[in-house]
Design a protein around this ligand. Structure first.
Ligand SMILES: C[S@@+](CC[C@H](N)C(=O)[O-])C[C@H]1O[C@@H](n2cnc3c(N)ncnc32)[C@H](O)[C@@H]1O
Ligand SMILES: [Zn+2]
Length: 266
């Protein structure tokens, strides 16, 4: 059940509005999402991934370069559960992973997707009209305690306290982070002499590691997809303009994909 971000009382859906008993109300947008991020909780006018990053992510993911990752998570859930599940996609982006996982799940799954970026939530809500996607922060989740069986935390910030609050006692937190060699060839082009490998940290304060999987393979990307990949990653903000020019000369590139999937329990 959703809670009012102002008074924390339950929200009830009536027609196109969520309303609490104190009269606070939140309209459902035409795309089907609801904005539960209070203006005083925003750290900028348009927090989270901007329109350009969200559009690049959507175009890149639509090519299914990351399909092995969504299948790995989906298979894990299918082999560990045989009951109705409630899933929180925290930092859901365009909903690429959770919507697929629900489609492949052999029993009923209800998704709540939240992201602080309105642009991301708009895209996710348009694709899945049966579930709820809302603009909200994962550090101040608008839900009751212990109401999710599964939380997805895929390339999004860690939010230990709130995840611990909303996860059921026997629930799992699925974290995906870059492995040591993820996108190493792209970094070699962008950063030349100072290429570093990603640090993989098996720690999540307040949680215990239950399982871990590594998903590694290689993809060939063309020029357009390389730019989409670059734009959807944090490199966009870390790279100097003159270094970005190095991508102009590349027509296609073989790139290592290296994901770590860590499964955490309470
Ligand atoms: C790298 S993207 C990953 C998106 C999606 N999980 C995926 O892998 O396609 C990180 C996402 O976290 C969102 N985000 C960042 N800070 C957040 C916060 N405090 N609460 C909710 N979402 C947040 C961003 O807007 C962005 O959509
Ligand atoms: Zn209220």
């Amino acid at each position: 059940m959703l809670l009012c971000p102002k008074c924390k009382k339950p929200l009830e859906k009536r027609l196109n509005t969520f309303r609490c008993e104190d009269g606070h109300s939140y309209d459902i947008a035409k795309e089907g999402y609801v904005n539960l991020l209070l203006p005083n909780k925003k750290n900028s006018l348009l927090p989270g991934d901007n329109k350009e990053m969200v559009s690049a992510r959507e175009q890149f993911l639509n090519k299914d370069y990351y399909a092995p990752l969504k299948d790995e998570i989906s298979n894990y859930i299918n082999s560990h559960y045989n009951k109705e599940l409630s899933l929180l996609d925290a930092g859901c982006g365009t909903g690429y992973y959770s919507i697929h996982i629900k489609e492949k799940y052999q029993y009923v799954m209800r998704i709540l997707g939240i992201d602080i970026s309105k642009f991301a939530v708009q895209k996710a809500a348009k694709k899945d009209k049966d579930d709820l996607f809302c603009v909200s922060s994962m550090f101040d989740l608008p839900t009751e305690d212990k109401c999710f069986d599964v939380i997805l935390n895929i390339f999004s910030p860690k939010a230990n306290e709130s995840f611990k609050r909303v996860l059921k006692d026997d629930g799992i937190l699925i974290q995906v982070m870059p492995g040591e060699n993820h996108l190493i060839e792209l970094k070699e082009i962008l950063y030349k002499d100072r290429v570093y490998k990603n640090d993989v940290e098996y720690e999540y304060e307040g949680f215990n590691l239950k399982d871990k999987m590594e998903v590694s393979y290689s993809i060939k990307v063309n020029k357009d997809d390389l730019m989409h990949l670059f734009t959807m990653t944090p490199y966009l903000y870390k790279t100097k303009i003159e270094d970005i020019k190095a991508l102009d000369d590349i027509n296609d590139l073989d790139i290592t994909i290296d994901f770590i999937v860590a499964i955490w329990g309470k």
